[in-house]
Design a protein around this ligand. Structure first.
Ligand code: DLZ
Ligand code: SF4
Length: 526
């Protein structure tokens, strides 16, 4: 795009609203008079291809965008909505903004800052390439403004979520009695670790039957993205704020009371356990994080849910979610290429096909393919843990997570994957790698009973692969990690082990790793 190709006029202000900015209180909309504004919404090829997103993720975003456009129109805004197949669609945000500036003779562009580095850079170039006034507003839909996060991080050697979280509690007043944490403790994590038991019978979350608008989008995605990962058959996502709020109400009523207890548990076939499953709608902007937390707090204050459930939920939303966003912006662009453990094994084919004898991995890939969702502990302790132990390339793994999950945008996905799950940032985010053997998965799930591998066997072709891989991981990273006080016990055990036993672990893991078929097709990037 050359500067000369776009002529700004004296017309309205153009407000591009991106696919994860579907909030009526978006700062770039909040101060605009509808009569002097054109809202631009764009379905663009490039956004579907920078990684080749799961079909259901694309469908959810397009469907929510189309519904949101209709809501804006009902509020009096003029919305210029560019559909994917519209003639002349250039396929990029920059191309579409340029065309729209011309079409409307816009005198300026006002936009809320983007959630991803790639798009932020694009927007920074608009002033130059479009030769027009571009006003970029901070995204106020988060509790912690980025400058506040940078100031918090600047004063510390280690960026521990727990301390940041306490500040967010104070800032919002959530679960606070005066200046003290409600219930007497800041964090009830220790009570969030129940495995599945007889009382664990999670009810299913709210499902929404696609309306005509969503069905059109599903047809479009089926036709245009047939070779992308994932299925559209079970599409049931909320695509409006009203639906997303209904889904959340149902969570509060039916699942919040046991959410804390079973937060880390997994059961084959119980795909969403007691989780809220609101992250896809939340990260698109359909829900307001602080509002969700206040509603959860009311459940505790009125005696309908225990503190460990409510605190656990609030910690995820105003603690972890805000914290990873801060870390993303603080550490980009280096975060994207971080690889402190220097590993480069390509993603195995079964990460896409689910064809593996490991029952836990197969179930996680199945639910991911069918729904574009898996819950936190499936992501971290099955897929993430496998990637860490097997030494998969952090960038391949990060791409996979960005492709497959409906809630995944780089700001939330990358710190979670590169930092938390893979320790590829060298431990800025977590104080130790989340490495675990089969025993952990066995304790927290019912997967192992139905697995062809034996979780109790340590080595050999029938042993659970996680067992030997765990020691392989520790042994190959001994120089880097043995000084970590939180790994003192496992390293002491390793060093006490007879040499033949150590060798049996290494050989067993090597034999397993040799069976991994690298993914053949460019599933994530074309
Ligand atoms: C993820 C996504 C996809 C698949 N498609 C679009 C799109 O066509 N139009 C759009 O506005 N947003 C889309 N998104 C979300 C954007 O990628 C997201 O807004 C940016 O990555 C955040 O910086
Ligand atoms: Fe997973 Fe190992 Fe259990 Fe099989 S035995 S389900 S591979 S943890």
């Amino acid at each position: 795009m050359t500067k000369a190709s776009v002529k700004p006029g004296s017309g309205p202000v153009l407000v591009p609203v991106l696919g994860d900015q579907l909030s009526h209180d978006l700062p770039s909309l909040a101060d605009r008079a509808p009569g002097d504004t054109v809202v631009l919404m764009m379905e663009v090829w490039d956004e579907t291809q920078y990684v080749r997103h799961h079909k259901a993720k694309i469908a959810m975003i397009f469907a929510a965008m189309r519904h949101f456009a209709a809501e804006l129109e009902a509020r009096g805004f003029t919305v210029d909505y560019v559909k994917l197949d519209d003639p002349g669609n250039t396929g990029s945000f920059t191309g579409e903004v340029a065309r729209a500036v011309q079409r409307h003779g816009a005198r300026g562009v006002q936009v809320t800052e983007a959630g991803e580095w790639r798009v932020r850079t694009m927007i920074e170039d608009w002033r130059e390439t479009l030769g027009i006034r571009v006003r970029v507003l901070p995204d106020t839909r988060f509790v912690c403004p980025l400058p506040d996060f940078y100031a918090w991080a600047a004063g510390r050697k280690q960026w521990r979520m727990e301390y940041f979280y306490r500040e967010m509690r104070r800032r919002t007043g959530l679960l606070m009695d005066g200046d003290q944490p409600a219930g007497g403790k800041w964090n009830y994590d220790a009570e969030n670790r129940g495995g599945p038991d007889a009382e664990c019978r999670p009810p299913s979350p709210a499902h929404f039957r696609p309306d005509a608008v969503t069905r059109d989008v599903i047809d479009l995605v089926a036709a245009r993205f047939a070779d992308h990962f994932g299925s559209l058959d079970a599409f049931h996502w909320p695509v409006t704020a009203t639906q997303a709020n209904k889904a959340f109400d149902r969570f509060l009523e039916e699942r919040l009371p046991l959410f804390g207890r079973y937060q880390d548990a997994m059961m084959a076939g119980a795909d969403t356990m007691y989780h809220a499953v609101i992250s896809p709608a939340l990260n698109m902007g359909l829900l307001d994080p602080v509002d969700l937390c206040r509603r959860a707090e009311t459940e505790w204050r009125e005696g309908r849910a225990p503190i460990e459930a409510v605190e656990g939920f609030i910690r995820q939303v105003i603690g972890w979610r805000e914290y990873v966003r801060g870390i993303y912006w603080l550490t980009m662009p280096d975060l994207a290429s971080a690889n402190r453990l220097e590993v480069d094994r390509p993603l195995p084919e079964f990460w896409w096909t689910g064809e593996t004898d490991m029952a836990c991995v197969a179930d996680c890939v199945r639910v991911t393919r069918d729904t574009a969702y898996a819950h936190h502990i499936q992501r971290l302790m099955v897929m993430g843990n496998f990637a860490l132990l097997a030494g998969l390339s952090p960038q391949d793994v990060s791409d996979w997570f960005l492709v497959v999950y409906a809630d995944a945008y780089e700001w939330v996905e990358m710190p979670n994957v590169i930092g938390m799950a893979l320790f590829a940032d060298g431990g800025k985010l977590g104080s130790k790698p989340y490495a675990a053997s089969g025993a952990y998965i066995n304790r927290m799930s019912d997967y192992c009973g139905g697995c062809r591998y034996d979780v109790k066997k340590k080595t050999g072709p029938d042993a659970c692969p996680f067992n030997a891989l765990y020691w392989h991981f520790l042994s190959r990273n001994e120089k880097r990690l043995s000084g970590n006080p939180r790994l003192a016990n496992p390293y002491a055990t390793w060093r006490r082990m007879a040499e033949e036993k150590q060798q049996a672990y290494i050989d067993s893991a090597d034999a397993f790793l040799a069976t991994l078929e690298p993914a053949g097709k460019g599933w994530a990037r074309g």
